[in-house]
Ligand binder design. Sequence first.
Ligand SMILES: [Zn+2]
Length: 256
Amino acid sequence: MLKTRLLDDFYIYTFTGQEELNILILVNNGKVLLIDTGYPEIARELRTELEKDNLIPEIIINSHYHPDHINGNYVFSGCEFMGSEFYKQNFELFEALNPDVEYIKPKILLKDSQILHYGLFELKFLNLKGHCQDCLVTIIKHPELKNPLVHAADLIMFSNDGKHSIPYLSYDGDIEEHIQSLETLNSIKIGILLPSHGIILKDDNAIAEALKIRIYYLQKLRELGKSAKVDDCLLKDKSLYNQIKLHDKNLKNIFG
Ligand SMILES: [Zn+2]
């Protein structure tokens, strides 16, 4: 586990290995708001880390209801859970697929553009679909940040060594919505882009390029349809990409 300090009250915990994930920590008077909990192993390690720092978990926002983001929720069962108003379909599907895991429903349902204040932070939730229907992107402002940190959930994914993952369209994903969501991110002045998986981007050009590469992939996929070969959808050299195998899943999920 790697801890990146953004500000005194603002951290990213990065879990590497097979079940890698970035978890964002917002501190307010010894209590914390977390975005996602990861798989149970990650959640337990996270709980131990917070205990070491005398931080008490208070609120959990789930960026979307895929197992790698929510299966550890029960480790934090005393917290208040919040998630997209569209959480139900994924929640019920994965709850049925993971009978050994105790699933926790969100107590507070977040609508598109809803704002939450937490300590010195202002969080704005955008329901940006495309990866799945219940994906929440969180725009986080803090008086000490010139431009907001954007928690991109799985709309943008990287590897931990900086390779671009191609966009993943889940069974309820959608090409058009995904492009639209990336265009929305493109219209925001982003200070720090934090994907749930992979490297953190702080450079304007790197953020613009990450968006461009993914929009290109999706536009090509839309244009070529079921017969799209992955090489035809890559804007850059193949060596710069990660998770190429997601392409076949996308074809299956979108075109059947
Ligand atoms: Zn994920």
